[in-house]
Design a protein around this ligand. Structure first.
Ligand code: PNS
Length: 155
């Protein structure tokens, strides 16, 4: 399950949990989206994902700095899993799924649970940037890390 995870959210974790019921193993891969400039360094994003999935059997976090399908081959992943909240997500994900299929790896889409479909990493950062509460949107510990980075960004 690849993503920017800047930061990992409860929406991501819902998809991770459901994917773990469908696959032998889930690798949550912190990858590079060239279209985004992340707030958190990759190592911090991986650490937050690792802490969030620590209690989940057969789930682990990893950094996937290059081409996603190369990482899939490295870890023996048979499919890419992505959550979809909306038609907008679908429009963004479909070309990537087509390209990754062309490159040899299929994608499985899971519809977001409506209970967490309002959560997007970009909105979490925006709420936090404006001093709003994000503790119930991200796993324990992540909100403090986001706030610390935002404070650093503002200095
Ligand atoms: O959480 P995001 O930002 O929607 O995730 C997008 C991501 C990181 C999965 C995507 O940009 C990606 O796969 N990057 C790795 C480089 C790659 O394989 N690019 C070709 C994608 S078709």
């Amino acid at each position: 399950m690849p993503g920017s995870f800047d930061p990992v959210t409860l929406g991501h974790l819902d998809v991770v949990r459901r994917a773990a019921e469908m696959f032998d193993e889930v690798v949550v891969a912190v990858a590079t989206n060239v279209a985004k400039r992340p707030l958190l360094p990759a190592a911090e994003r991986v650490a937050l994902v690792a802490a969030a999935v620590a209690g989940l059997p057969r789930v682990r976090a990893a950094e996937a700095p290059g081409l996603l399908v190369d990482f899939c081959r490295e870890v023996g992943a048979t499919a890419i899993v992505k959550g979809l909240r909306s038609g907008g997500d679908y429009d963004a994900e479909l070309p990537m799924a087509w390209m990754n299929r062309h490159l040899g790896v299929e994608t499985v889409f899971l519809p977001a649970d409506p209970a967490v479909a309002h959560i997007a990493s970009s909105l979490v950062k925006d709420v936090a940037r404006h001093g709003g509460p994000i503790d119930d949107l991200v796993p324990p510990g992540a909100a403090a890390v986001v706030r610390a980075r935002l404070a650093q960004e503002g200095t």
